[in-house]
Design a protein around this ligand. Structure first.
Ligand code: ADP
Ligand code: MG
Length: 350
């Protein structure tokens, strides 16, 4: 994990808005020829030639989307970028630029914002995107961060949610449920810490799931893999809210039904063991947990031989006629309707 390492506290008032923007953005270089003019003018100028442009934005609000008591600011900056890039990759496109807007209260010293921007800079480097602008303003209390991502793709490469066809295979990348279980562990440790601030939690059993919560990655590699395998999904979405709500988006927008197999859903052993420890059903977590930022796609059966055996791509079911409904075939071979709870709803229940 990346640690915040700025012990100093420089008040933001010293710098003023323009000094602050200049300070935070001084390291951002331009990597793409499509970035004609970057930070420093009234607007960035982009030239994507004959490509189609993809634009997506997400807003993260303190105490709603993140908790700084266990989320280091560096990780928050990184994650704020990742959640947006994930949406670009879910369109089978390449992310090229981002803008970053923040609202901060004077509760945050300059060093805190340096940490936030270090995470943003790392993500921009790892995922090869240019930071081309943003906005900076004050807030009364909490921190708000909004990132907009811009991507490009050839028109023929863009994949929508609406293209799934009957008999297509349903595929999920990586494994799911880990980010939600990581959050459960972090919330538990926060409560323990409140009661006993001297406690030194041993989190070594949970490193993978905590990393999935605090430092998620977006599946740029999958977009590249699909291209290399010469597979264009018929529909695709990123898993930000849980498998069930995402598959239902695809089914609704494609006007089809689905059958998913409980036994096929890819789970990391740490998710299984932590679910056992918390006495929660791991399938419920896979279906309704959120923030995995894996990709869920449908592909034609004709492409099966191209993806067969690839450890990144797991077939978990297939698309059916709409009137068959959206079904999960359980371990006991029962067919139960998939309902979308979404992880926020699940949180309120707990
Ligand atoms: P304006 O008054 O036109 O809104 P600003 O003074 O807010 O301009 O911004 C100056 C430049 O710095 C612009 O290019 C803007 O996109 C960029 N910028 C402002 N805030 C941020 C930020 N938080 N992160 C990255 N770029 C920023
Ligand atoms: Mg501005």
């Amino acid at each position: 994990m990346i640690e915040d390492k700025n012990p100093q506290r420089t008040s933001l008032e010293h710098l003023g808005e323009f000094g602050l923007i200049e300070h935070l953005t001084k390291n951002f270089d331009v990597k793409h020829s499509s970035t004609v003019t970057s930070i420093g003018d009234d607007a960035a100028v982009l030239d994507h030639k004959s490509k189609q442009i993809l634009v997506t934005t997400d807003l993260l609000v303190e105490h709603v989307h993140f908790d700084l008591s266990y989320m280091p600011l560096k990780h928050l900056g990184y994650k704020a970028v990742i959640v947006n890039l994930s949406d670009v990759y879910a369109m089978n496109a390449n992310a090229t630029q981002i803008t970053v807007s923040i609202a901060v209260s004077n509760r945050f010293p300059l060093e805190a914002l340096e940490d936030l921007y270090a995470g943003i800079e790392t993500a921009a480097k790892v995922y090869n995107v240019d930071v081309v602008g943003g906005d900076t303003t004050s807030s009364n209390k909490g921190l708000i961060i909004s990132v907009t991502a811009i991507g490009e793709a050839d028109e023929s490469d863009v994949v929508l949610r609406s293209g799934a066809q009957v008999n297509d295979l349903v595929i999920v990348t990586g494994d799911i449920g880990a980010a939600y279980m990581g959050l459960q562990v972090l919330e538990r440790e926060k409560e323990v810490f409140k009661v006993n601030p001297q406690s030194q939690p041993d989190l070594s059993m949970y490193t993978y799931i905590i990393e999935r919560q605090l430092k998620p990655e977006a599946r740029k590699d999958i977009v590249e893999l699909l291209k290399a395998l010469d597979v264009k999904p018929t529909a695709m979405i990123d898993i930000s809210d849980g498998l069930s709500s995402e598959i239902m988006h695809i089914c609704k927008q494609s006007d089809v039904g689905v059958e998913l197999y409980e036994t096929k859903i890819p789970l990391d052993p740490q998710v299984i063991s932590t679910c056992e420890e918390f006495d929660i059903d791991s399938t419920t977590i896979a279906l309704n947990g959120g923030e995995d930022y894996e990709l869920l796609m449908t592909i034609s059966q004709d492409d099966y031989s191209k993806i067969k055996g690839n450890p990144n791509l797991t077939v978990i079911g297939y698309i059916t006629e709409k009137d068959r409904g959206n079904l999960l075939i359980t371990r006991g071979e029962q067919a139960i309707p998939i309902i979308a709870k979404g992880w926020n709803a699940m949180k309120n229940e707990a």
